[in-house]
Design a protein. Structure first.
Length: 221
């Protein structure tokens, strides 16, 4: 007798999927906020500092880019507590890892955005008597933000999908919830079919909202 599809048992534990989805969105949102702070600070430092600082930032970016996220999760969750005798919860550990991961990618996004600010705007700021910090705050950063919105949107969607890796350290996000239901019901096809649809629909919803934001603030060329 073949495998018979039955979604009833999946719906019975649908709260696990909903709660996991909310946690996944929360993890991605917090990570991109912290990652944006890291990326912006390092991008500003990169464009204004000397060769040594640029080498340090480049080393951080290349290290993160060339190490799998799963390995970074293990290093931060299992390695650091052993090495420096500290302890933290799985969600905190994962948010820290994902933030560092996001920061490395956003450094390049923000650096490119800062370089793309039209020189004429900066010259206009100088002509108005703005100080370098005022030009950064009132001219470069607002323009850079509008230029980098598409890349920021892609990063957020990518981070949302990457939250599935948190399941390996028992963070109860969406994929962990799916695994829990599967272990409880043994309905592997139904569970992961529903989970896939949730990821796809949520990803498109995020994309739609962010594209509206991009059109609202895009830089006309």
């Amino acid at each position: 007798m073949g495998y018979q599809l039955s979604f009833n048992q999946v719906w019975r534990y649908s709260d696990k999927l909903f709660d996991g989805l909310m946690l996944s969105l929360g993890l991605a949102f917090i990570a991109i906020l912290i990652g944006a702070v890291i990326g912006l600070a390092l991008a500003i430092w990169y464009v204004s500092a000397g060769r040594t600082a640029r080498a340090i930032i480049s080393a951080y970016v290349e290290f993160i880019r060339n190490v799998p996220l799963l390995l970074l999760v293990y290093l931060v969750f299992y390695g650091l507590p052993t090495a420096v005798n500290i302890s933290y919860s799985p969600p905190v550990s994962f948010v820290a890892t994902l933030s560092l991961y996001a920061g490395a990618y956003l450094v390049e996004v923000f650096r490119s955005g800062l370089d793309a600010v039209p020189k004429g705007l900066l010259d206009a700021g100088k002509a108005m008597g703005l100080t370098p910090w005022q030009r950064l705050l009132y001219v470069r950063l607002p323009t850079m933000t509008r230029i980098t919105l598409p890349a920021l949107s892609n990063t957020f969607i990518s981070l949302f999908k990457d939250t599935s890796i948190a399941s390996v350290i028992a963070v109860p996000e969406l994929t962990y919830g799916a695994q829990w239901i599967n272990n409880k019901t043994f309905r592997i096809v139904e569970v992961y079919a529903v989970t896939t649809v949730i990821y796809v629909v949520t990803g498109y919803a995020i994309l739609f909202g962010l594209r509206l934001l991009e059109r609202r603030f895009r830089v006309e060329r």
